[in-house]
Design a protein around this ligand. Structure first.
Ligand SMILES: *[C@@H]1O[C@H](CO)[C@@H](O)[C@H](O)[C@H]1NC(C)=O
Length: 225
C-alpha cells in the first residue's frame, strides 16, 4: 500500500516535470519573423527629417526585424532588464553598414538609438526565444540570405525608373520563391518585407495586408523631393 502510494507520488512528479518541460520548450510567443528592408533613396525622399548619411547606401538596408503574429500585430512587449550596449564597437560598425540610421552622419562609434528603438518596439516580442543580442545577430544573418537590389536587377528592374507594382512583386516572388510585402508610400518603392519562420531557418509566405495600391512605383536612383 505504502509502495503503491509512493509510486503514485513519483508518477505525479514525473508528470509535472514532463508537462513543465513541454511548456518551456514549446513556448514560442510569436509566429513569424519579418525582415523589413528599406530602399534608402525612397526613404530619404519621404523622410521629414533630411538624411544626413553621405553617401547613401546603394543597397537595401535593414529597417528592423519584427517578430509578429498572424492575427494581430505584436509590438512594445514587456521586458525586465536594463538595456545593454548593442555588441562591441566592432560589431556596431558592421551593423551600421547594413542597418544604418540614414538620418545621421556616419560616426566612428555609431549611435545605437535606432537599433534600440527597433528592439523595444519589436525585438522585445521575441523574448525569451531571441535574446537582446541575438536579435541583432539574427537580423544580420537573415539579411545575408539575399540582396533585394540584385534580385530586382535579375528581373531587369533597376534604380532610376518606374515599374508596374505587379512586375516588382512577381520578380520578388520568382527569385525568393515566397510571397513578400512591398510598401510604397506616395508611390515610392520604399520597403520590402521578407518573412521567416520563428527560428529564422526558412523563408515563408508573408501574410497580408499588402498595403501598396499604386499601379506603378518609383524606384529612384537618387533622393527626390
Ligand atoms: C502569438 O501567437 C501564439 C500562437 O501561435 C500565441 O501562443 C502567443 O500568445 C501570441 N502572442 C501574443 C503576444 O499574443
Amino acid at each position: 500500500m505504502a509502495n503503491a502510494r509512493k509510486r503514485d507520488f513519483f508518477s505525479l512528479i514525473l508528470l509535472i516535470v514532463l508537462l513543465s518541460d513541454s511548456y518551456t520548450t514549446t513556448a514560442v510567443e510569436f509566429e513569424l519573423l519579418k525582415l523589413v528592408l528599406q530602399w534608402p533613396n525612397s526613404y530619404c525622399s519621404l523622410s521629414k527629417r533630411p538624411c544626413r548619411r553621405k553617401p547613401l547606401p546603394s543597397d537595401f538596408t535593414i529597417h528592423g526585424l519584427w517578430p509578429d503574429n498572424r492575427s494581430w500585430p505584436l509590438y512594445n512587449c514587456q521586458f525586465d532588464f536594463d538595456i545593454p550596449e548593442v555588441g562591441d564597437q566592432k560589431f556596431r560598425q558592421k551593423l551600421d553598414v547594413i542597418w544604418p540610421d540614414l538620418r545621421l552622419k556616419r560616426k566612428r562609434d555609431p549611435e545605437q538609438g535606432f537599433w534600440i528603438t527597433e528592439w523595444k518596439r519589436h525585438g522585445s516580442c521575441a523574448l525569451p526565444d531571441i535574446s537582446f543580442i541575438d536579435y541583432f545577430t539574427t537580423a544580420t544573418r537573415l539579411n545575408k540570405k539575399f540582396n533585394i537590389r540584385d534580385i530586382l536587377g535579375r528581373g531587369k528592374l533597376y534604380p532610376g525608373d518606374s515599374y508596374d507594382l505587379q512586375q516588382v512583386e512577381s520578380t520578388l516572388t520568382k527569385f525568393i520563391k515566397k510571397v513578400t510585402v512591398v510598401k510604397c508610400p506616395n508611390g515610392f518603392l520604399t520597403e520590402v518585407i521578407v518573412c521567416f519562420d520563428p527560428s529564422g531557418t526558412s523563408i515563408i509566405d508573408c501574410p497580408g495586408p499588402y498595403p501598396c495600391t499604386y499601379v506603378t512605383v518609383n524606384f529612384p536612383k537618387a533622393v527626390k523631393r
